[in-house]
Design a binder for this molecule. Sequence first.
Ligand code: HSE
Length: 438
Amino acid sequence: MAVGGQRIGLCGLGTVGSGVVNIFNTHGGLIRQRCGAHLELTHIGARRDNPGCDVGSRRVSRDIFDVVRDPDIDIVVELIGGTTVARTLVEEALEQGKHVVTANKALMAEHGNKLAAMAEERGLALRFEAAVAGGIPVIKTLREALAANSISGIVGIINGTGNFILTEMASAGRSFADVLAEAQALGYAEADPTFDVDGTDAAHKLVILASLAFGVPLDRDGPFTEGIDRVAPVDIDFARELGYCIKHLGIARRQSDGLDLRVHPTLVPATKQIARVDGVLNAVMIEADAVGEIVLTGPGAGSLPTASAVCGDLLDLGRVLSRAPADPIPILGIPTSDLRSLPVVLPGDVTCAWYLRLVVADRPGVMAEITRLLGDSGISIESLIQRPPKADSSHVTVVMLTDTVTGRQIESAVADIAALSALQGGVTTLRVESFEEA
Ligand code: HSE
């Protein structure tokens, strides 16, 4: 360990890595002052240079494992992403006795239990503030500031790319592909944006939040997951007409029979605060018994916001390690041996209101048939819009909002409706979140 301070080795010089270098270049003195000890970024591992940052006189290695094996390094920052090389790198860093800071949500969601246990056994720190919601300090809030609360629920917009795309589609009528390309250019999207679009990235983050909030092991397969690729511009328009916005939400709630864990596009009342969280902003609403409800909001992706979270972890560690050679805060909020699994509530048992959109033949009796099938499944309709047919069409678009029912009821009714000869195409289904219990 460096005498009188900590030396940091950074692995990965992409969007977030270059942000970390830029923050150390700009705020090196401030960081040292606030840390109360030397905290220097001395060694960078990157396969290639990044023209967006000046590494100065720091040592640069093309083999990132040189950083992990550098005896002068006390803290390894993993910013390469993915779950294969990154996993080996973090494991090797811990085996070498180095503390680790990572922004890797996929790695934490898939291998976090093992990595946390490894770090704990060795008395090492493993910090991951930047893994969830970019620059918003939500991990610190759950693990430290709200440590005396029992948490009942978390509802969040936790993918910046997805929120940026939905916002631009809704406000500017832009195409999905066009906005996604811009999100990539701005450094919001993952290297492979499939994870942003299909909900996987948000599911990884929800897994981490659920572990910290409820003291459960990280379970990558826990959340029911749907992406923003289910949302068509026509649904955004109909939702607006009904007084709603469509947001991609991650929801984790403790219920009497287990955990309700879901990631999916959701209609939210346009009057709610979370409906006005637009663009790359994320928001995390936490329902806790002592503090009540709090909402944290801020940039959920991007170079400097995410690097801000990485550097916050580094500063925290620098402070702690300059005084005692261990991290006093349990990695997952409680010791890993105390984590207890809870059953995950099946989507069919979860209740909410639903948005349904379908295209049907414009002839007498069709609407009566649809409402009868919904009624047979115990579903009543709260609102209904029917678009008159275009001059050259014999079909109409029908949009309905139902009352609060189970996923199983909707599944059964939609299967019955899908069998109608009057139906053209499929039935679009989206969940509605009223926040009434929140
Ligand atoms: N691709 C992620 C997002 C980056 O858009 O939210 C931050 O985790």
